[in-house]
Design a protein around this ligand. Structure first.
Ligand code: GDP
Length: 459
């Protein structure tokens, strides 16, 4: 079950429970059974699922809940907490400092997405002001250096490797030394993955680690193996001091939930997840916002993080200010559409918001979505100047009436579109405005405060 489906099944189960007039044992059991089924389909280990069910039943003692208590909220909160517990391996214990060279060594089996993830990791940090560099110490797989070179060039990240040198330790040391001299503060060493967990792979890993003394070893793992991730993560942990895990291919595989919970069970913190082949299909993994998003409750901290990545620096303060006011005018929608067209990835920004991406920007149908947005913008452009200004500034969620019938007709006529399409655009606007309004009171973060942001908004 792909993650979005897993989330959908769980939130549907909660919704169904919420629709029941009385929440009794039977309704609770039905809801929990539904969630159990979804988790098992996602390859979460049976014991974890059973424990979760038992814990929820223990916490939610329906008889004990005094009348007047909001049972629904209590049950929902218990489900949320238990899912968080299932995915939470504890906090990572490392800190990396900008400006001082840190060496990060990537390990993992061949095909897990290690080389792709090295570049994504470098690219992510580059956007946050780090100076990353990539070293290819995989001399085992033919073509590994070419792949890293290609990715690095695309992301404009300096790289180091060799077509002739066969000693991975030597390349790793040379690369690290060179980039230390060049004042890079995030030196990423990609190592060989070989085919399976074999003695030679682990020995090579240990040698590269000894020679480069990494500040952090990141283990990269393919989520499609589901709960088998437990054994793989353990095997790597026993051979090298793994500080963090990145789970890849969370976009297309049925077993993502199983893989995440299995890694958590080894007490290895997952720090990022890979959600596609492209460089920017890479997300910070933080348990609470992740579960919140899985349950369709939104991920505000991820949203803010993305906003800072994709919205041009000079527009950020203004946008954040507007966000905190929670007042979504048609003008904001227009400006955000402009952003979307300029920089594709803002689709990801919207995916952090409840109900946003699936309708406006479904994955894999970006071209259609862009055409739709262009159509919406033509309609907005066709408003007469005076009307447009008025509408752009005055029409907001608290004031929908100013968009009356004659105005709608005028817009349709002016843009050569059907009235139905104008109505559709306005519906879209209302939907977005509703989501936007939830952001009222959002605390505007200072730089570097992203991860600690607005946790309370998920509560
Ligand atoms: P390596 O052998 O571990 O270095 O793996 P690669 O980086 O060469 O990746 C193997 C394949 O997985 C490539 O086709 C990548 O494009 C693909 N890949 C990597 N990460 C992801 C991801 O998060 N989602 C998807 N769909 N594909 C990925």
């Amino acid at each position: 079950m792909v993650l979005a489906q897993l989330g959908g099944s769980i939130s549907r189960a909660i919704q169904q429970m919420s629709n029941a007039t009385i929440i009794d044992e039977k309704v609770l059991n039905e809801c929990l059974n539904e969630i159990t089924r979804a988790l098992l389909q996602s390859d979460v280990q049976f014991k974890l699922v059973r424990d979760m069910q038992t814990n929820i039943k223990k916490i939610v003692n329906l008889d004990d809940l005094a009348a007047g208590h909001n049972k629904r909220r209590i049950i929902q909160q218990a489900i949320f907490n238990e899912l968080c517990k299932m995915l939470d391996p504890g906090k990572p214990s490392f800190t990396l400092k900008k400006g001082k060279p840190s060496v990060i060594m990537f390990v993992g089996l061949q095909g897990s997405g290690k080389t792709t993830t090295c570049t994504k990791y470098a690219f992510y940090h580059q956007k946050k002001g780090w100076k990353p560099a990539l070293v290819c110490a995989d001399t085992f797989r033919a073509g590994a250096f070419d792949q890293l070179k290609q990715n690095a060039t695309k992301a404009k990240i300096p790289f180091y490797g060799s077509y002739t040198e066969s000693d991975p330790v030597r390349i790793a040391v040379e690369g690290v030394e060179r980039f230390k001299k060049e004042n890079c503060d995030l030196i990423i060493v990609d190592t060989s993955g070989r085919h399976k967990q074999e003695a030679a792979l682990f020995e090579e890993m240990r040698q590269v680690s000894e020679a480069t003394k990494p500040d952090l070893v990141i283990f990269v793992m393919d989520s499609s193996i589901g709960q088998a991730a437990f054994d793989q993560a353990q095997a790597f942990k026993q051979s090298i001091s793994v500080g963090a895990v990145i789970v890849t291919k969370m976009d297309g595989h049925a077993k993502g939930g199983g893989a995440l919970s299995a890694v958590a069970a080894t007490k290895s913190p997952v720090i990022f997840i890979g959600t596609g082949e492209h460089m920017d299909e890479f997300e910070v993994f933080d348990v609470k916002p992740f579960v919140s998003r899985l349950l369709g409750m939104g991920d505000w901290s991820g949203f803010m993080d993305k906003i800072q990545e994709v919205v041009p620096m000079d527009q950020q303060p203004e946008l954040l200010q507007k966000l905190s006011e929670g007042n979504f005018t048609l003008r904001i929608m227009y400006e955000q559409f402009q952003n979307i067209l300029k920089m594709g990835p803002i689709g990801q920004v919207f995916s952090m918001l409840p109900g946003f991406s699936s309708e406006l920007m479904p994955k894999g149908r970006e071209k259609e979505s862009q055409a739709k947005i262009k159509r919406y913008m033509t309609m907005m452009d066709s408003m007469t100047n005076e009307g447009k200004q008025k509408m752009l500034t005055e029409l907001d969620s608290s004031n929908p009436k100013i968009m009356n019938e004659s105005r709608i007709m005028r817009i349709a006529r002016g843009s050569g579109r059907h009235v139905r399409e104008v109505m559709e655009m306005l519906e879209e606007y209302k939907r977005l405005a509703k989501i936007w309004s939830k952001m009222k009171g959002l605390k505007i973060p200072k730089k570097g405060e992203m991860s600690a942001l607005s946790r309370n908004m998920n509560a």
